[in-house]
Ligand binder design. Structure first.
Ligand code: FES
Length: 202
């Protein structure tokens, strides 16, 4: 393993640091902790993983940035290419959803939002993203937003969903990252992280 001798700018909050320290104890070595650490970073950096986030994870886990970058770019759930909108709408375009009308769903979303798949609306509200089977084919055509599945979708349901999401100030992308971090922690570890966050605010 190699590690950069330069200390990157560190942006993890005290809560994030406490969470990572707890997670390190769950794994036999620091390399095995890269995936959950990337979820923490995706939350802390506002829903994506810019090079600074990769550098911070690498530094905190004593790995090389190249190794962490390689892991992050292997999995589609980590946003390494660009910062997504507040809400990422992931449309399943796999076989069952395709047969059940996914292409119509894509076309309608693109028309409603005025963007193509892979793009973000100019106001930073929505990103459209195509994904492989989400393992809920009985609800085809299916879309995912944060930790919610929606389907079977039609135009009226898309209208209602977009309206609701527009009024939700919290980023579904960040909320999903946080939910995954919390799932990895035991209750006493979550409490420790809460206390670390509270100590800064007081
Ligand atoms: S093909 Fe879309 S959820 Fe399986």
């Amino acid at each position: 393993m190699s590690q950069s001798s330069d200390t990157p700018t560190l942006r993890f909050s005290p809560k994030a640091v406490a969470e990572l320290e707890s997670l390190k104890t769950h794994y036999p070595n620091l390399k095995a902790c890269i995936l959950p650490a990337l979820w923490i970073a995706q939350r802390e950096y506002g829903g994506h993983l810019p090079p600074e986030a990769i550098a911070e994870v690498a530094f905190r886990l004593k790995r090389s940035p190249a190794e962490v970058q390689g892991v992050a770019t292997f999995y589609s759930m980590y946003n390494t290419e660009h910062k997504p909108g507040r809400h990422m709408i992931e449309v399943c375009t796999c076989l069952t959803c395709h047969v059940c009308g996914a292409s119509n769903i894509v076309a309608y979303l693109e028309k409603k939002l005025g963007i193509k798949m892979g793009e973000t609306t100019p106001d930073g509200m929505f990103t459209l993203h195509g994904v492989e089977c989400l393992n809920a084919c009985d609800r085809a055509p299916l879309i995912q937003v944060g930790d919610e599945y929606h389907g079977p979708m039609d135009e009226a349901k898309i209208d209602a969903l977009l309206e609701r999401l527009r009024n939700e100030p919290e980023s579904k992308v960040v909320a999903l990252a946080d939910a995954i971090v919390q799932v990895h922690l035991k209750e006493e570890e979550r409490e420790k992280a809460r206390q670390a966050a509270a100590s800064v605010q007081s």
